[in-house]
Design a protein around this ligand. Structure first.
Ligand code: SF4
Length: 272
């Protein structure tokens, strides 16, 4: 490859895969499917993400107490259960009834905790700041930068204290304080993209832990930016054909690629 040619654009999802395990980037860039089917846990996450999109309307319209919030969330949850199969018809066509019911039950069980945390947030920060931080000015905008050779889609952009900043919705576990390191990288990569598109510094972002109704503000530090740029270059190298060494990652036991993920020499013999 000529020294001055650019590899295909990389995406923020590649960076997140890299943080999980660099080898996953290699497999996905070569057409292996990351999520072959919807299981109960994935369905739970999809439902909670959908539910979280209703938080701004609920907070705006609801008279604020934890019981009311819980009832409104229950209603919104039923709508999410109806809407999701219409939004993802192909995925839902092959989902088994038991999986569907288990996913719904798991998501529904989270509603009381979500309501309690949302209510606590409203008491602590006030309704208007919470609404600013939750309400999208754009939902899933496509951001890209030729200079960074990167593209990505934040869950939303919100306008907080006069600044437009990215907000990402995370359906997994929530740390006791702050955000997970991988979420910090996710937020920083989107802040870099937003700066490239809109100009001006994006000094912070939000991470919404949707399974808990918790919203965390994360300051974007120079060290986060440096780390994102470093990962971008490593991902470019992998997408250009470099196979990272196999390490025993904590994700290996649940990894979709485990049956293909053998030593480098054995893998090559599968392909050629
Ligand atoms: S099996 Fe383990 S090392 Fe291989 S891609 Fe999956 S997580 Fe990475």
């Amino acid at each position: 490859m000529p020294a001055n040619s650019r590899n295909p654009e990389i995406s923020v999802s590649d960076l997140l895969l890299y943080i999980n395990c660099p080898r996953r980037v290699y497999f996905v860039s070569r057409g292996f499917e990351l999520f072959p089917e919807i299981n109960a846990s994935r369905l739970e996450r999809m439902l909670l993400k959908e539910l979280s999109l209703t938080f701004p309307d609920i907070v705006r319209e609801c008279s604020l107490n934890a019981d009311n919030l819980c009832k409104e969330l229950e209603t919104a949850f039923l709508h999410a259960c109806e809407d999701l199969p219409l939004m993802f018809p192909a995925e839902f066509a092959c989902i088994e009834k038991e999986v569907l019911e288990e996913g719904k039950a798991r998501a529904r069980a989270k509603i009381p905790e979500i309501a309690a945390n949302l209510f606590r947030g409203l008491e602590e920060y006030g309704k208007d700041p919470m609404l600013e931080a939750l309400t999208p000015v754009k939902t899933e905008p496509f951001l890209s930068s030729e200079k960074l050779n990167l593209k990505g889609v934040p869950s939303k952009l919100v306008c907080f204290e006069g600044m437009t900043v990215p907000s990402i919705m995370k359906p997994g576990n929530c740390p006791i304080q702050g955000v997970w390191a991988s979420d910090r990288m996710h937020a920083a990569s989107l802040a870099l993209l937003l700066e490239a598109e809109a100009g001006g510094e994006v000094p912070f972002a939000f991470v919404e832990y949707v399974s808990f109704g918790l919203l965390r503000k994360v300051t974007i530090r120079s060290s986060d930016r440096r780390e994102v740029l470093k990962i971008c270059r490593r991902v470019e190298k992998i997408k250009a054909g470099f196979m990272p060494e196999k390490k025993e990652e904590k994700f290996c036991s649940d990894c979709t690629f485990s049956e293909h993920c053998v030593s480098n020499s054995s893998l090559m013999s599968k392909f050629f």
